[in-house]
Design a protein around this ligand. Structure first.
Ligand code: PHE
Length: 427
């Protein structure tokens, strides 16, 4: 099913039993939407970078998506049985290389390379997932990190000064989180004092609050400019901190932002485990924090984009609406009608077939033309005990009308794949 070798960014990867990255995902790696100054993702990246440009950060935007399992998992202390490592969650080029599932995969090289106190990494990341309005197997993250040396003269006073130099916001922090990281499952690390852990946590939280404040204030401004008069647009922004767990930070936190009547999970973060810094080649006096924020969902709010798939559209009616430095509200253009096709079959013996498996086959032939796959009917024959399933596939394009003929070709490829791989008999 896969070629002997996969070529990506000038490297060649020998495929093996771990390979599961389909060609249409490899195609997405070429798009680099975050590098495009006139694309919503690129505009959001620019906006955040401009808020941090005078605060001592280096910006890394050019990392290629193929990384090793060591970089994506081992260096960060992921246990061997962590679900993130499984083939059902992650796109593998082969046993040793994969498409990064998060920007944290590059922390180690930046910790070593960075000449400023902190850095930001923006990149496309990949996770096997369902596809709907808010999920797509490719999305974007921005990683931030900041490091100090414990040997700095008057270190704790310096931390206080650094906290004071973070621009103030009028954000309301609801249920202020315990600044002392004392939770048993989320402990302070032994190599720093309680006071140091506390100050670094405060620095981390204030930095993220500043980031979130800038982004959401911009979102409000653009909503108001677009004529919205909803009352929440005039209330101060409300956030709350909740405890979180990541294999490479301790303690860990997550910020949630109150937006349109619900708490939005926004950004995971924490104090970097010393072992990660040592793995990166730093000396044992270093300590600091890291966070990772997803850009796509925020860009959807900021630009009023109703469907995450639109980011990948090549239609000029999408791309011409956005310009560097401007937060414009997306004006929807007419949607083309979709085409429904059903597929019914008997499953052999006790085999199991999941909607996600069917989705994967449909996507491999239809790419972004697959709008949805739904199991609409299932029953077991009372005499033979065989299971019958019926899936409804909706094919739709964001950019053009589909022809019956092209859908017929795609749909029969899907049928053939199911017959070949699952030994089903089409009804
Ligand atoms: N990489 C994490 C994620 O993808 C976010 C994170 C980054 C958490 C850095 C802690 C520190 O969810």
């Amino acid at each position: 099913k896969y070629p002997q070798e996969i070529q990506l960014d000038g490297q060649s990867y020998k495929t093996d039993e771990w390979t599961n990255v389909p060609p249409y995902i490899l195609e997405l790696t070429k798009r680099q939407l975050h590098q495009n100054p006139n694309h919503p993702i690129g505009i959001l990246r620019d906006l955040i970078q401009s808020n941090f440009k005078d605060l001592g950060y280096t910006f890394y935007n050019n990392f290629k998506p193929a990384v090793t399992t060591v970089e994506n998992f081992d260096i960060l202390g992921f246990p061997q049985d962590h679900p993130g490592r499984s083939k059902s969650d992650t796109y593998y080029l082969n046993k040793t290389h994969l498409l990064r599932t998060h920007t944290s995969a590059h922390e180690h090289e930046c910790f070593l390379d960075c000449k400023t106190p902190g850095y930001f990494i923006t990149a496309d990341v990949y996770r096997r997932d369902e596809i709907d309005r808010t999920h797509y197997p490719a999305f974007h993250q921005m990683e931030g990190a900041r490091i100090w040396s414990k040997d700095t003269p008057n270190f704790e006073e310096q931390l206080v000064k650094d906290i004071e130099s973070i621009p103030k916001t009028n954000i309301i922090v609801e249920d202020p989180v315990r600044d002392a990281p004392t939770h048993p499952g989320n402990p302070k690390q032994d190599y720093m004092t309680e006071k140091q852990a506390q100050l670094i946590s405060i620095h981390l939280k204030k930095t993220i609050e500043f980031l979130v404040h800038n982004v959401f204030e911009t979102a409000r401004e653009s909503a108001k400019l677009a004529g919205s008069t909803e009352p929440y647009l005039n209330e101060p922004l409300k956030v709350r901190w909740v405890e979180a767990y990541f294999p490479w930070t301790s303690p860990s936190f997550e910020i949630e932002v109150w937006w349109k009547g619900e708490w939005l999970e926004c950004c995971g973060s924490g104090i970097v485990n010393q072992q990660v810094l040592l793995n990166a080649g730093l000396t044992d006096d270093k300590l600091g924090w890291a966070f990772g924020i997803g850009l796509d969902r925020i860009a959807m709010l900021l630009f009023g984009i109703p469907d995450i798939r639109l980011f990948w559209s090549l239609d000029e009616r999408f791309s011409l609406q956005f310009q560097q430095g401007k937060i414009a509200t997306f004006v929807p253009y007419s949607k083309y009608p979709g085409i429904d096709r059903d597929i019914s079959f008997w499953l052999p013996g006790d085999s199991v077939l999941h909607e996600n498996d069917v989705m994967e086959y449909v996507r491999s032939h239809a790419g972004d033309l697959a709008e949805s796959v739904v199991l609409i009917d299932e029953f077991v024959h009372p005499k033979t005990g065989k299971k019958s399933q019926c899936y409804r596939i909706n094919y739709q394009s964001m950019d053009r009308s589909l022809t019956r003929d092209e859908i017929n070709v795609i749909h029969s490829k899907v049928e053939n794949d199911l017959v070949d791989n699952f030994d089903v008999s089409i009804r």
